[in-house]
Every structure is written in C-alpha cells, then in structure tokens.
Design a protein around this ligand. Sequence first.
Ligand code: DGJ
Length: 737
Amino acid sequence: MILFNEQNKVFTIHTANSTYQMKVSQHGHLLHLYYGKRIVDEDVSYLIPNVVRSHESNPAEAGVDRVYSLCAYPQEFSGNDAGDYRIPSIEVVNADGSYAFVGKYRSHKIYSGKYRLSSLPTLYASNEENAETLEMILKDEVTHAEVKLLYGVFYEKDIITRAAVFCNHSEGDIHLERLMSANVDFMTGDFDMIGFFGHHYLERQTDRRHLSHGINEIGSFRGVSGHFHNPFAILCDRNTNEDTGNAYGFALMYSGNFVFDAEVDGYSQTRIAMGIHPKQFDFLVRKGECFEAPEVVMAYSDKGLSKLSHSYHDVFRQNACESRFVRSERPVLINSWEPFGFSFDSEQLIKTAEISKELGVDMFVLDDGWFGARDNAKAGLGDWVANEKKLPGGIPALAEKIHSMGMKFGLWFEPEMINEDSDLYRAHPDWCLRVPGRDPARSRHQLCLDLSRPDVCEYLIEAVNKILDDGSVDYVKWDYNRYVCDVYSSYYPPERQGEIYHRYILGLYRIMDGIIKTHPDILFEGCSGGGGRFDGGMLVYFPQIWCSDNTDAPDRLTIQYGTSFMYPVSTMGAHVSVCPNKRTKRTVSFKTRAVTAMHGTFGYELDPAKMSEEERKECAEYSAFYRKHQKLIMSGDYYRLSSPYDDSIFTAWQFVSKDGTESLVCVVTEDILINDKNSYVCLRGLEENAFYRIEETGQVLSGAALTNIGLLLPHSQPQYSAFVFYLTRIEATVVSR
Ligand code: DGJ
C-alpha cells in the first residue's frame, strides 16, 4: 500500500507487517524517515531532532538555519559534494568537470503492478498479486540531470524492492561513477550485520558481527558476485534470533561487482548503501541517455530471522524466475563430473544411465568434456561441437539412447569462457578480455570472452542454440569457472573502458535471454565453480543453482545453512557423492549424505557401477523418499532448528507445508551420542494444540510437546548420524489421551 500525503509531502509504504516512510523537506530534499514495524499513517518527521550539529554544512537554501544539514538529516538518496559527507548514492563528473549532484523532489507516480527494468533482471508480479509501484523523480536543479527512484511493493510478503535510473537531461555528457540502487538511513539502532562469506568449496559461511563506527563493507570486485561474499546482507538488533527481534534484509538482483556498505557515523546513525561496486566503474551517459542500477530486494521482519527468510523464500520462489520448472517437480539427476571428469566414452555413459535408472534416477547429465578437444582443462572451451571420438553421432545419438531408456538427458556448457587452444580463439583472438600490451592472467587455463561485445553475444547465442534447438537436451548446467580481470575491450574506445565490467554483465543477461528464455522446455541450472554465482540476478534465469563443489555432508551443513537465510531450498543443487569424499577425505554414511542432499534439488555424483548391492538398494530408497517428499521440501516453510556453528550436538532443519498438515524434520549429529546427555530437537511451525503422528517412531505427540520439549534423538549413535522424521497432523479431537 503506497500513500502520499499531499499536505505533509509524506510518502508512506505499508506492507502487511512493515512501514517505510519518506518526506519531501521544505527545501525539496527527500528525507528518509522510517523503516520498521508497521505503524499507523502518521508523519514521523518528529524523529529528526531540532539540533544544530556544529561543523556540519547547511545548504544555501536553508539561509541562516543552522539545523538543516544534509549530513545530520536522514536522506533517501544522498547527493554528492553538497554537504552530506557519508557514503553517497551517486557520484558524477558533470560536463563542466564538477562533481556535484543534488537531487530534489520533482514528481512522482503511484500505480498498481510492479515496475521492470529494461536492461536488468528484476522480480515480477503476477496479475493476481497485490503489487504496487512508486516512481519518484529527483532532479538536480543546476545540471537538470535526474534520478528516478523506483519502489516495488509486495504487500503480503513484506517485500519492498528498490532500483534507481539516472537520466542525463543536461546539456553535455556526464560520467556516472557511482549509482547505488538503495540507500537507507537509520537514525537509531545498534545493529549486527550478518554477511555470507566463503571461497570455492565453502560458500556462504555465516558471519555475524556488531557494526562498529565507520564503514563496514562487503562486496565483490571479481567481475561476478563470487564465492567470497554474497550480495545479500542482514541488519538486525543485537539480540535478534530466529524467532524474535527486528531484522532487515538487502539482496541485490545482480551478478557482477557489488558493494554493501553499512556506515555508522559519529552520531551513531547507520546508513546502508547497496549497488554496483564503484571501483573501475565509469559509465559515460551521453545527453539524453539513461542508466539503470540493479534492483535491491528489501525485507523486514519483526519476528526474527526465520520470518525474514520466509519472505525471501516466498518471493524468490514465486516472483523471480518465470520458468515453468520453478513450480514443477525437479528430476533426480546423476552427473558425470565427479565419477568420470574428462575421460569417458559413449558406452560408459550409457551403462551409467542404465544402472542409474534402476536406482530411481530420472535424468543423466553429461558434464564437462563432451565438446571440441576437451580432454583436459587446457583446451576446447569455445568450441561447442560434440567430440565425435568420444561420442559417435554426437549429442543427438547419445540423447536418443538415454531417452529410449525413459530418462531425461542433460548437458554442461560454459559459454562465457575460451581456451587459447580452441578453434574459436584461433579465429577470434580479439574476442577475449585483455589489456593492450599485457599478457592476461589465466585461471584454470582459460580467458573470459568479451561479453561487452554484441558480436560475441550473438555468436554464443547461435552456437549454444544450435545444440539445444533440436530438442535432444532436457536440462543444461551453465557453468562459469574463473573470476574476471584484464578488463579491457578492444571493441570500445579508451574513454568507455570503465563500462566494461557492467557491460559484461549486460551481455551475460543478453545471452541468457537468447538461450534460456527461448527454450522454455529446458530446465537450466546455474553453476560457477560450485556456488560462486548464487545471486538474485541468476535466480531470474535459473530455477536451481549448484550450491558448491564440496559434496562432503558435514561441510554442506554450513554451506546450506548460510544459503538458506535468503535463498529457498528449491534453488539449491545438492548431490550425494562417494566416500571418502574426494575433497575432504571424510567418510559418512550413505544416509547422512542423502539426508543432507535432500536440502535441495536432489541428485548423485558417483559411478553407480562401483556401488555395492547394499548401496544401490539405499540409493533407490532415497530417490523414492525424496520424490515422495519433494513437494514439501520445495514449497514448505523452512526452519533452521539449530546452527552448525553453535554448541548444539546436531544440525537440524524442518519443512512445514503451507497448510500445516505435514512436516519433515532432518537431523545430522555432529558429535557422538554415546551415554551422554539426552538430545532433543525442538520443532517449529507446528500448531501447539494439534497432534502429529510421527511416521518413523509411531508416536503421536502434541505440537506443544514437539515445540517446547522436542523429539528425543536415539542414543548410541556415531558422529554424523542422520535422522528424518515425517509428521502428519491429525485432528486433536480424534486422539484419546
Ligand atoms: C565446476 C563445477 O562446479 C563442477 O560441478 C563441474 O561442472 C566442473 N566445473 C566441470 O569443469
């Protein structure tokens, strides 16, 4: 609900449980007043104290008023070089060489439905949804350049989206050196910030810290969102936990360089700014042109972190990706990478598929190594033509064999990369990013194609579609295995080189539009050396993303736990692999690996020919178990019952169906349960006065007991044991006690 009070010039945005308020000041600046728990429709500008902040600047239009200061007042979009010394929302170099931009309210529009951006992915709202948009124009009165602030409101989900568009209506060209997508100024609060850091093999580890004075920053300057920091952060009260306390989330719908800043100033006010990383960003916006900054998805919860996660899970499940696969069952897959790497032949693949079929697998996925001269990581990238020595008859012949078994067939691509030992490179050595006169850095022996070039994008769309267009492929794993550097495009003049990082991402979205959106019957899974590009932008294209190359179950507990704060389980690729685990050398039971992999889109990365009879039996059982509960896992409310980081003896999570009739509880013990204290797992999301039947134990227990006392875990269990409990609600009156 978006309200505008003409008299006070106050904008109030309500969602079911939150309120966001702004006000146009007497001098035309747009002040931020409030973001938090829902309040009534009143102007809360009394929050701004009538106090002279000595030494701060006062804009000329304030005259002798020493109270009015852009730095002491909370801003909705902070200008530059005009007396707000905190992190700016914008930095420009105007045609006359000046750096100033001061946006003043000019006009606004409120309409039903959700805005979209023309160059970047955004959330969308269905027609039935109660979504609204506020567009507000802020204008610099000297240059006439404008910023359009966009607000999208998903009322029931407690989600407000933000984006900003800079339009150069000045008389000359303007260099845009920074444009934040969102700025939120909190006048009060003593916050913790939760970020998700990591690296290849250990993505999205949870990091909670108290915000200290100064700038607390996370970001990526690797050309992609990356493994190191996820473009998502939470601000919360110091005592906020899963169930209580204020929590604010900020997720960027962008897959390239990003920054999230939380600046606590000398008055202990906190400013949040999120957007494209300004490093090496210099976009020339010519007279009459506009530039779009990516969308930020904000959520607020007054009831702790679980509720915040539920808002994100719901919106990412329902409003990000328009693929029909988002709502359909996902196939249980087997992937060739871990068992075979680059060395395989058709016969071996077909045999693998045949055995897998017996194990309840729906789809065989051929990973890296099927094209060009790709016998190792040094050659072939760029040559998207099947290697007939490995695969006589190419992809159609192999796909046909797999299809004839009643299975689906999936294929791996890494479209954005090139090996120097490839026909593509020999034909187009200028198609990769490279600084003139410098030998570029290689990573995994590969270079990045220059996706800022339209001709490269068109080539890729054509080359990949040539394989996909004949209908042989049911699933594509889209990989990306290095970070970007040597960022220079021979296609653009020297003064436009500061645009290349962003133009790469625009090119990426362009090729994904041309490949993914033109193949609605193919399920696409994102991947980047595991989970190195797991972000909101990608989720607009991919219903699922490979979470990590680390398939060791205990490590996965922390990876999946961190990922769950913002991204729904339905988006996380998770597979069972062999033990000892290839990376960590750890051995855990098949059950533990399977239960952990059911925290996502389930599959296998192993050679079934090497499995024992016993393992094959287990495998078939878990494929069937997953299929039986997939709907609940994919669409239920998700609860973190314990953290893999705390002292608890186990890590547990739970799914509760939206209608409350069923629930699945998964537990992995992290210690040995031998003659030690009793361990109880307290459940959540249940009705306290309803009764639940627990399939595995035959017990019938009340929601109150399960919530407040918990399920007793069996004693005498080795470390890394796994348990599942499937609960169905029964009517309280039916049970005689
Ligand atoms: C990295 C991915 O994360 C792996 O699953 C696999 O696809 C390899 N790339 C193939 O090169």
